[in-house]
Design a protein around this ligand. Structure first.
Ligand SMILES: [Fe+2]
Length: 365
């Protein structure tokens, strides 16, 4: 069952009178503080049906053709991600049952294009579909604007300057992702432990989820075959529930979902908590699900460390050592199996060979 206590924020309230604003900020404090997410209404995100139609059509293309958009060289941050690629850090090597498309809906920062080329590459798009790029970037941009509004509200809810979170994410490697959770076989649905997406926390600042849809075994858009599938999230651990509580995160009709990522948790010293979440599969075989997520990121030069207001002995210890958001991103993409471990070699000094060659020449003389 959906937890009725997960707050819904009306984005119009943020620009409303004092009573409306207070209501919105309280929804953010409770939503991001206890549950790690809020439902959002009047979010400004258009209907996604046409976009999902285009993505479904792409997913039906032959595997050989889809492989031409497999950009392992870009750590899958653009183009198509094949099934069984990404894995959650806690999943013990079990990859997620999904295929994805990644593209950036916002303009790239030219400096970051040079410094972090894989996560700031030019978008690639499926050949032969003129509508997909426009629909994709439109929805991604609308989600981004909703995210910025929520981040302004989140700062005010914590009695910080309104641009505390939005300014440092300007030019960040924001990414909009479409996902198709794959049909399971009867054997897989009869096993209890098969999940569409293992439990994890997102590593970015804030995630926006516009809601998805099911397809029946024939590929037609359908209602869910049963109520086994859904987004479940783990609430903040309390004395009564030391492991938190798993609650269903199904948004009310017309709402989108906004989730706290690890970057926002770190900046707030855990006042806002990154939400562990899991995608369960239906109990019926053959159904697939399309969904989408926009990830708002800090700019890669930002320091990931609690802001001064949230620094205590405990939070300093919990979130040390400080690290740049760009470095953190590389490490996480390695952890979840999208970037190769060799990506970590970029993080140290890379010119030791210069001294080695000088010494070689010296000893040859
Ligand atoms: Fe996630």
């Amino acid at each position: 069952m959906a937890d009725p206590a997960i707050p819904t924020i009306d984005l119009l309230d943020l620009d409303g009178d004092a009573v409306a604003r207070a209501r919105a900020l309280e929804a953010l404090r409770v939503g991001f503080g206890h549950y790690g997410l809020v439902y959002v209404k009047n979010h400004g995100v258009s209907d996604t049906s046409a976009l999902y139609d285009r993505f479904q059509a792409f997913c039906q293309r032959p595997l050989d053709e889809k492989q031409t958009y497999n950009r392992a060289d870009l750590w899958y941050q653009r183009g198509w991600t094949p099934p069984n690629t990404e894995k959650a850090v806690v999943a013990g090597g079990q990859p997620d049952f999904k295929e994805c498309w990644f593209a950036a809906p916002e303009a790239l920062d030219p400096e970051l294009v040079v410094q972090y080329p894989e996560v700031n590459a030019e978008n690639v798009w499926p050949k032969g579909d003129d509508q997909f790029p426009g629909l994709y970037t439109k929805t991604g941009h609308e989600l981004h604007l909703a995210g910025l509004a929520l981040l302004r509200g989140a700062a005010l809810a914590l009695e910080l300057a309104e641009d505390t979170f939005t300014k440092p994410c300007t030019g960040g490697p924001h990414i909009f992702r479409m996902l198709r959770y794959l049909p399971l076989t009867p054997e897989q649905t009869s096993q209890k432990k098969i999940l569409w997406g293992e439990e994890h926390t997102d590593f970015n600042l804030l995630t926006l989820l516009p809601g998805g849809r099911f397809h029946d075994p024939s590929g037609a858009v359908s209602k869910a075959p049963d109520d086994g599938s859904g987004l479940y999230l783990r609430t903040r651990p309390t004395k009564e529930h030391p492991e938190g509580q798993l609650v269903r995160g199904t948004a009310p009709a017309g709402c989108i979902v906004a989730q706290v990522g690890q970057q926002l948790e770190i900046l707030t010293g855990g006042t806002f908590l990154a939400t562990p979440h899991v995608i369960t599969a239906p109990n019926t075989s053959g159904w697939s699900r399309l969904s989408a997520a926009h990830f708002v990121h800090l700019h890669s030069h930002q320091l990931l460390f609690p802001l001064p207001k949230f620094r205590t002995e405990q939070t300093i210890r919990a979130y040390s050592p400080p690290v740049l958001a760009g470095t953190y991103g590389i490490k996480t993409l390695v952890d979840i199996g999208l970037a190769p471990t060799s990506a970590l070699d970029k993080l140290g000094y890379r010119h030791y060979d210069r001294l080695a060659s000088i010494r070689r020449e010296e000893s040859a003389r």
